[in-house]
Design a binder for this molecule. Structure first.
Ligand SMILES: [Zn+2]
Length: 123
């Protein structure tokens, strides 16, 4: 089955694969100018370099390892089921500090988000 990516997953991938954007995960302030600037930069990058983002994601996934540990983490799975559906089949693919959350569709596997193992607010 081939992979496809949601727009949300692309945004999170760009955000979490680039150290310069880590402020966005660490900051909880509303209306923060730094957060707004980063969000805009991510939007622009996705707009201008969509193909290279897709290529980068595919390349990370190619090197990723299937994680069983996530399936045994009940807090984590509670969150995932609530957010993406209790009746879905999931894979968690780990590549470096990134976790690709994969949901099985009819004909493809959909990456719905990209989490960061190193950060507190990974979800
Ligand atoms: Zn901020």
């Amino acid at each position: 089955m081939r992979y496809s990516f949601t727009e949300h997953a692309r945004r999170r991938f760009v955000q979490r694969s680039d150290k310069r954007f880590k402020h966005l995960d660490e900051c909880n302030l509303e209306n923060c100018p730094s957060c707004e600037r980063i969000k805009k930069e991510i939007r622009v990058r996705l707009c201008d370099n969509r193909k290279s983002v897709n290529r980068d994601m595919a390349s990370y996934l190619g090197n990723a390892k299937l994680s069983k540990a996530h399936l045994n983490d009940s807090n984590f799975m509670d969150y995932v089921y609530r957010r993406y559906g209790i009746d879905r089949k999931f894979d968690f693919m780990v590549s470096g500090h990134l976790v690709f959350v994969v949901v099985y569709g009819k004909n493809d596997k959909v990456v719905v988000t990209v989490m960061d193992l190193k950060r507190n607010s990974i979800w």
